[in-house]
Design a protein around this ligand. Structure first.
Ligand code: CTP
Length: 215
């Protein structure tokens, strides 16, 4: 069905010194199910770019990365050949300005770590999007969730945004279940809270319907 499916998954890990890093609670489970089901449904060859995770799918071209900058390079290497790109990774928004080659010694009661912004990989992919290419992003919001989702959809030129409403009842990150909304330029659909395999199946159903409509 597709010539090449490109999926980014998992957290990124931003090194500070040889033993320390910045990261987040992404498990990579949703990305794993997306890749696994693409293979199971025979949707096309999958390139799976992932940050550090224990969920590694079989039957895909696997590219393991650590940092956002490495993930960006791996995505850019394949993006032009992909007709579907799903950016399910939890990219660290910031990294340490400096990498300290020697382990930092403890010093005063307070220390300051200066952070710089990482590239927004999905925004860049949106800017270079080819006609007919489908671009899917994820978002985690705690307030004004639909307004923020609509803004992201437009700014990143997405065909579909999988919106997590992050709350005490739905932590999303690190949980095995999730409750999401599928946001398209033409409307929003709420899915019941379900296992992440179910979320991945619903995302592929939606992508199939978008691909069908695009002809
Ligand atoms: N993303 C990315 N590169 C980044 C940050 C995010 O590609 N440096 C992607 C994520 O993989 C996800 C989407 O962009 O698909 C999330 O968008 P983002 O604007 O970062 O939203 P949030 O993570 O929800 O954070 P914020 O609201 O703080 O912008």
């Amino acid at each position: 069905m597709f010539k090449r499916i490109l999926i980014a998954s998992g957290p990124t890990l931003e090194s500070i010194d040889p033993v320390r890093f910045l990261s987040n609670r992404s498990s990579g489970l949703t990305g794993f199910h997306l890749a696994d089901q693409a293979r199971e449904r025979g949707l096309g060859p999958v390139t799976f770019v992932t940050g550090p995770t224990s969920f590694l799918p079989q039957g895909v071209d696997l590219v393991q990365v650590e940092s956002a900058q490495e993930m960006r390079a791996a995505m850019n290497a394949v993006a032009a050949q992909a007709d579907v790109i799903v950016m399910a990774a939890a990219v660290s928004d910031y990294r340490s300005l400096k990498y300290y080659p020697e382990k930092l010694k403890k010093s005063g009661e307070r220390i300051v770590l200066e952070l710089v912004k990482n590239p927004d990989i999905l925004l860049e992919l949106g800017r270079r999007k080819r006609p007919g290419q489908l671009l899917v992003g994820f978002a985690a919001e705690t307030e004004d969730i639909f307004a923020n989702a609509q803004r992201k959809l437009e700014a990143k030129r997405l065909d579909l945004l999988v919106l997590n409403e992050v709350s005490a009842d739905n932590p999303a990150f690190g949980d095995v279940q999730n409750q999401v909304y599928l946001v398209r330029p033409d409307g929003v659909r709420r899915l019941e809270r379900m296992g992440k395999a179910g979320v991945a199946a619903a995302v592929w159903d939606e992508i199939a319907s978008l691909a069908g409509r695009a002809g």
